[in-house]
Design a protein around this ligand. Structure first.
Ligand code: FES
Length: 632
């Protein structure tokens, strides 16, 4: 027996001594202020707790080491100390999605009891084991220092609340409860009688499935049922734009990438589900994967039902070849960007609960209406029988736009008629969800003797990986933002979106505008060097102003590029080392679509108004935007 205190209460533990403290806290005790961000890789700090007065990572603390230990989570901290640290975090704007915050709070509590007035350097050293993907560290450091000062003065803190109107900082909606770990993320929700799911991923990016033997897994004690593609009730393939992404790949079919799902296990516990998934035996006919984006354009089709492996977006304005030939200065270059992982701190998690004639899904996705539509297709249900509750997520950055595991969770739960939770490990999360596109760009740019841009030619190829996701739209944005913040009269652009057997690529902050900005701005620096132009003046001279057009020929109004350049001119000119780049980004859907949104506003009483909306809160503060717009 292992005896220790947890939040000042005696515990006598007789279970698996190899179990991690994190699993004990979350699964046995349902103490969910302690988060699992990295699946026991000791990499993120979100699971930090206090053990014997030290800040420790609970994901790597074994139960066997806890005899006589004193363990505290935020729930067991002195209420005054917890309150001050959390309020300091809120008031300093250190809580965005808030997934990382309870871990930082535990670290801060221990730091301040040993070093009541830490310097910024001491704080930086203390929080090194922690990752915050949203906020950055400056505000967190300020909050920790501020909390120390307030505690030293034995003062109270109130959350600064003002008019709520637009233009005045407002404390983030639910920031306090999120900071102390009292606001549930999906994986923090436990429902009575809930079962746990795990997924069998394929072993090869491209292989024909010969057989899937689930017998050992099915007979494993504690397993409720094993599912394969033949259990899908409705359509097998879904997708945001093109329905090409299978919920599970079946026997006789070919896998497309390393994140394809072949089967799922639902069991009494998470541990049993994960043990059983290892017992599924798959026989493959392994095929050579197509991983080179240029070869893929002429290779076997990744998807038989598609006409080929690519889509093309073209824009032509004027006669660019002649414009470039007549240009006094001409630059051509090849630029490429890499595949980028979003790195949100909260891994994918989904819970489904059967309801009369349908399913209730708890989702952390970036679009619950899409979840509803696609899950209804998978289950063969009417959309009205799929109810989706958005649980504000722990970061998305575009990586939670596609359906990830909501479809499998809903299917398993609906077939079993029991609540099911499915949460990915960090490795599974990284292998499954789409990334930022690697884009290969050949770009030509011309300028006249006065440094005015004359023409732009771009040939861009984006590796969209195994499934369409929103890849073609990203590459359309590459094309649409190719002339960046400048007016270029002659344009010839071709952007190709190419299927490969690599991890799919889709939405990520900037949505294609970033990649092409890198190529264009690098070329502008080159042309400035060649022509002897001042880089600031060159950009100012060519900057878009009201009435001029982008690379799509769209006339702009309210352009702020010259104002931006003016604002940083002195810093740029007077710094010993400095560089300069401009960029633009469309907001809203674009492509001529009208952006429209609706909310429900209920006036409850003289002093209470309720606003309901369906937008995704993922740390960016959309609830605040709604609230402040209403107050305004
Ligand atoms: Fe730190 Fe989101 S606020 S990870």
């Amino acid at each position: 027996m292992i005896s220790f205190t947890l939040n000042n209460k005696q515990q006598n533990y007789t279970g698996d001594p190899e179990k991690s403290l994190l699993d004990f806290l979350r699964f046995d005790k349902h103490i969910t202020s302690v988060k699992d961000g990295c699946s026991a890789q000791a990499a993120c700090g979100a699971c930090t707790v206090e053990i014997n007065g030290k800040a420790m990572l609970s994901c790597v603390a074994k139960m066997s080491k806890l005899n006589d230990a004193e363990v505290n989570t935020p729930e067991g901290f002195p209420p005054y100390v917890l309150d001050i640290i959390a309020k300091a975090m809120v008031n300093k704007g250190a809580v965005q999605c808030g997934f990382c915050t309870p871990g930082f709070i535990s670290r801060t509590k221990v730091l301040l009891q040993n070093t009541p007035n830490p310097s910024i350097e001491e704080i930086q050293k203390a929080i090194k084991p922690h990752i915050c993907r949203c906020t950055g560290y400056k505000k967190i450091e300020e909050a920790i220092q501020y909390a120390g000062e307030v505690i030293q003065r034995n003062e109270k803190l109130v959350i600064t609340s003002i008019s709520g109107k637009v233009g005045i900082s407002h404390p983030k909606y639910e920031a306090y409860s999120t900071a102390i770990g009292a606001r549930d993320f999906v994986d923090d929700i436990f429902i009575d009688g809930m079962l746990f799911g795990a997924l069998k991923f394929r072993d090869h990016p491209r292989a024909k499935i010969i057989s899937i033997d689930t017998s050992k897994a099915s007979n494993y004690p504690g397993v409720q049922r094993v599912f394969t593609a033949k259990d899908i009730l409705g359509v097998q393939k879904v997708g945001l734009i093109i329905p090409d992404w299978p919920v599970m790949v079946g026997i006789g079919q070919i896998t497309s990438y390393i994140g394809d799902v072949l089967a799922g296990v639902v069991a009494d516990t998470n541990k049993i589900a994960r043990e059983a998934i290892e017992l599924i035996d798959v026989k493959y006919d392994v095929l050579e994967p197509i991983t080179d984006v240029f070869k893929a354009m002429n290779a076997d089709r990744i998807h038989e039902e598609r006409p080929n492996n690519f889509e093309t977006t073209s824009i032509k304005i004027g006669k660019v070849d002649k414009a470039l030939m007549d240009s006094k200065y001409y630059i051509q270059g090849n630029y490429e960007t890499q595949r980028v992982e979003h790195g949100f701190m909260e891994k994918e998690s989904s819970i489904a609960v059967p309801e009369k004639d349908g399913i209730h899904l708890y989702s952390q996705s970036q679009g619950i209406y899409e979840d509803q539509r696609q899950v209804a297709m998978i289950l063969g249900l009417d959309e009205k029988n799929v109810r989706v509750t958005l649980v504000p997520n722990g970061g998305g950055f575009g990586g939670k736009e596609d359906l990830s595991i909501q479809g499998q969770t809903a299917l398993f739960s609906f077939l079993l008629q029991k609540p099911v939770k499915l949460t990915l490990s960090r490795e599974e999360s990284i292998r499954l969800h789409p990334k930022r596109h690697p884009v290969f760009m050949n770009i030509s740019l011309g300028a006249d003797k006065n440094g005015k841009l004359t023409g732009l030619k771009l040939r861009a190829v984006g590796d969209t990986g195994a499934y369409a996701s929103v890849g073609a739209k990203v590459m359309e944005r590459v094309a649409g933002h190719a002339s960046g913040g400048y007016f270029i009269p002659e344009i010839d652009i071709e952007a190709k979106t190419v299927y490969t057997n690599n991890i799919p690529c889709g939405a990520m902050r900037g949505f294609g505008a970033n990649q092409v900005a890198f190529a264009l701005e690098s070329c502008i620096d080159e042309i400035c060097k060649k022509g002897g132009f001042d880089p600031w003046q060159f950009r100012w001279d060519n900057a878009l102003v009201d009435g001029l057009t982008t690379s799509t020929g769209q006339k702009l109004y309210g352009v702020g590029i010259r104002a931006c350049l003016e604002a940083l001119k002195d810093d740029y000119t007077n710094s010993q080392f400095s560089g300069l780049a401009c960029g633009i980004k469309n907001s809203g859907v674009g492509n001529g679509m009208v952006d429209e949104s609706k909310v429900i506003i209920e006036i409850i009483s003289e002093d209470k108004v309720v606003l309901k909306h369906g937008w995704t809160e993922m740390g960016q503060g959309v609830h605040n935007m709604a609230l402040q717009t209403l107050c305004q």
